[in-house]
Each structure stands twice: as C-alpha cells, then as structure tokens.
Design a binder for this molecule. Sequence first.
Ligand SMILES: C[S@@+](CC[C@H](N)C(=O)[O-])C[C@H]1O[C@@H](n2cnc3c(N)ncnc32)[C@H](O)[C@@H]1O
Length: 322
Amino acid sequence: MSNYLQTVEDVYEQAANAPDANLCCTQSPVWNLPDLRVPPIMLQMNYGCGSTVNPRDLRPEDTILYVGVGGGLEALQFAYFTRRPGGVIAVDPVAAMRGKAQANFIEAARLNPWFRPEFVRVLDGNALKLPVESNSVSVAAQNCLFNVFKENELEQALAEVMRVLRIGGFFTTSDPITPTALPEAFRADEIARARCLSGCQTFDDYVATLVNAGFGRVDVRARIPYRLVTPGEYPNLTQAVLLESVEVVAYKVPDGLDGPAIFTGRHAIYGGAAATHADDSGLALPRGIPVAVSDAAAARLARHADIVVTPSTFHARGAGCC
Ligand SMILES: C[S@@+](CC[C@H](N)C(=O)[O-])C[C@H]1O[C@@H](n2cnc3c(N)ncnc32)[C@H](O)[C@@H]1O
C-alpha cells in the first residue's frame, strides 16, 4: 500500500477512536425524515463534505453500496429507504471505524423501531478492490473519500464503482473541489490530503474524471462553499483558497446524442410560433415549458433564435430531455 493511503487510514483510525466534529467541515443539514432519529454520535462523526442521500432517488428495492462508512450517518439514512438485511453494504478498511459504525448502528436501532443493525452489512474492504460482486448494486455512494486519492487510485476506485454497479444504476458522490489547481507542495501534504483538503480537483476535472470512467450522464446537484484554507494555516499555500463542496450523481448509462450528458441545471425554453419545437434527435420542447438539458444540448439549442437557454445553476434534479 502507498504511504499516503496508510496515512489516510491512520487519520481515520484516530477519528474513530476520538470523534472529531471539526475533521470535515460539512454544514449540510442532515435529513429530517419521519421516524428517523440520528444518534448524536453519528452527527459528531459526520466526516462528509455534503450529502449523497436524496429521497427522490431511492427505492425500497435498491441495493446500496456505501464506500467509507465513517460513523454510519449516511448508511443509516440509506437504510431508511431499503429497510431489509443487507439492503445497504458499507465497506471500510479501518477496523476501528467499522467497529465504531457498528456500535452506532446498535444505538440507532435503540432509537428507531424500524431499524435493525443488520440492515447495514459492514465489510472489511477497500475502495480500490471492493469486496462486492460485479453488477450487483443499483446505487453506489461515497462522501469525502475519493478526493484523498491520487490520479491512479482515483481511476481504480471509479473503475471498481463501475464494475459493481448494475447498468442503469447510479453513483452518488460528494467531495471538496478547488477553484484553481492547488500548489504541488500543498498537494504533497499527506495529512491535509487525508483531511480532505489538498487532494481536491477543479470542478471541470472532477466531472471529466467521472466521464472518463464511463458514466454516460452526470448530474451536478449542488456546489456550496466548503472551507477557506490560508497560508497562515498551511504554509505550502501561496494564497488563500476557498474550497467548494460538490454533490454529483453519475449514471451508468450510455452517452447521449451529444456524448456524455452533463447536467448543471441548464434549461431550454421554446418561445416560437409552433406548439412544440422538435428535431431529428428526438428532442421535443413544448412552447413555454422549461426542459432540463445537458450542457452540450444547451450549447446546440442556444443557436436557435426562438429558444431561451438558462445558465448553469449547479442544481440539476434529474430528468431532462438530452
Ligand atoms: C472522510 S471519511 C468519510 C466518512 C463518511 N463517508 C461520512 O460522510 O461521514 C473517510 C472514510 O473512508 C474510510 N477509508 C479510508 N481509506 C479508505 C479506502 N481506501 N477505502 C474505503 N474506505 C476508506 C475511512 O476509514 C473513513 O471512514
């Protein structure tokens, strides 16, 4: 194992043994769902940088793989939707973290009559070699782990996610991103990397890496400020950088007509004389009705004088035409 991966495991072994609410910086409110009571220890051990759970996406029949269990907060939230033994499979190589998550699931069962600890199967395993069969899960999730990987390991982790996902399934993911490439000396800081600060990609690279892994559709759900890192705190930085956190859902589906379809919240609205604008690609825009479109389709449609195309909001919500 590379040294830096060992550092990552060491940091999270420590974070399991001594919960550190400041380790990651998520300010995302947790889901308040009927009859869901989150144990306070899971909130203290919220080491994510956004949310990968969205009730709109999830069905009881889903089998959900969660990579990097942390204190178990999101695995519990996913189990809320599946509610059966093994409906959620959580993988983590750090024994102390797995032990802590399992203890937290026992506490969750005490607080939530609908939940049983076996609803989340916790496995000893690594993102780089998932202990899960190919094409066996409909949803895969990771929160604030993949940003710690360097290029080769990131490619390998994404290839593993692709392998285990069924066709039509999706990968829900959240990580910090940086507005500009970070200085090499900061990127080499292994502790800052393990703490989800110095391994960040730019937004464009983050999306391109998902596309290169083979995802045919990528929805950008959110971009929010994550953390201001300064040279005072990290002398390897030459200037302060405001990191953002991104929430993305990537689908294991074929590319669209314009290639991989990246949805960043853009809409096309037809305002012409006909009832509908239609073209050979199967696109149909009913007059006056906003339709979510990919960035590539938005660029193509913007050339029509009677179609209004809105800018990226980074709040894509699924659906859309192309
Ligand atoms: C930043 S924490 C995120 C925890 C959780 N996803 C959350 O949102 O609270 C990273 C997690 O990944 C685990 N981890 C570290 N290296 C890993 C690897 N190579 N494969 C899978 N999980 C790993 C850590 O033990 C820790 O539980």
